[in-house]
Design a binder for this molecule. Structure first.
Ligand code: KIV
Length: 275
């Protein structure tokens, strides 16, 4: 009996094994966020390796100021829509704030709900030594886990600001130890957000599992961006690390203005567009 759900006509799915092989042969890993069926289908078709159903959905989809309010049920809703669209990419889902910190049984329950109810392929959690029991417990159930260190947005009220993390030696040393610990716990990868490029490169060299960076320079094994930012749908967010590959805000604005004008002037619909 085959354990692979994809038929022979399907593209080969990206697995944790393949992500590790990419690091080993020096091939960079491309990761983007997505939160719905249509966009996940587009970016999967365009060859993205990992789709992150990020808790940034709290910001870009729900309009909250931080990632803290999003619930596990809401993450599962977004993740199942993404999973239904994806043929090739590895689908990774953030466990949201309040569903894994400080209680490894709850962490395991949350991870299992995500895997069972959405069909995703792995989960991501923020933090190092503080959450190691949760990480180990989730991995012991056979769920792939990616760690997330540096600027961890679920702790924004502890940091007080979104500036670059681990610039000071003590925090950099803790980040290195946390990354090594996450690898030891069995994480299949570690994500670094907004830390000095030299530190990210150093930890990447010391870890055998793949690293992904956002605002962490080019020395990590892969890169991630929030899709709405890189496509220019959001425009009031302009950190130095963000490269915009499209200006969809302008495209959408122009298209909607044209549509409004066409409706008002009764040039839409025309005869060919009517039954
Ligand atoms: O939620 C998210 O989109 C993330 C990325 C910023 C890495 O965690």
């Amino acid at each position: 009996m085959s354990t692979q759900s994809n038929s022979s006509s399907d593209l080969k799915r990206i697995t944790t094994h393949q992500l590790q092989a990419m690091k080993n042969r020096g091939e960079k890993i491309a990761m983007l966020t997505a939160y719905d069926f249509s966009m996940a289908s587009l970016i999967d078709g365009a060859g993205i390796d990992i789709i992150l159903v990020g808790d940034s959905a709290s910001n870009v989809i729900a309009g909250h100021e931080t990632t803290l309010p999003i619930t596990l049920d809401q993450m599962i809703y977004h993740a199942s829509a993404v999973v239904r669209a994806v043929k090739r990419a590895f689908v990774l889902v953030d466990i949201p704030f309040g569903y894994y910190q400080g209680n490894s049984s709850e962490a395991l329950r949350s991870a299992i709900r995500i895997m069972k109810e959405s069909g995703a392929h792995g989960v991501k959690v923020e933090g190092g030594a503080e959450i190691q029991e949760s990480v180990k417990r989730i991995i012991s159930a056979g769920v792939p886990v990616m760690g997330h260190l540096g600027l961890t947005p679920q702790s924004i009220y502890k940091f007080g600001t979104y500036t670059v993390r681990a610039k000071e030696e003590m925090e950099a040393e803790k980040l290195i130890q946390d990354a090594l610990l996450l690898e030891e716990c069995g994480c299949f990868g570690v994500l670094f957000e907004k830390i000095p490029a030299s530190l990210a490169a150093e930890v990447t060299n010391r870890l055998s599992v793949p690293t992904i960076g956002i605002g962490a320079g080019s020395g990590t094994d892969g890169q991630v961006l929030v899709m709405h930012d890189m496509l220019g749908i959001t425009k009031d967010f302009n950190p130095r690390f963000l490269r915009r590959y499209a200006d969809l805000q302008t495209t959408i604005d122009q298209a909607v203005k044209e549509y409004v004008a066409d409706v008002k002037s009764v040039s839409f619909p025309n005869q060919d567009e009517s039954y």
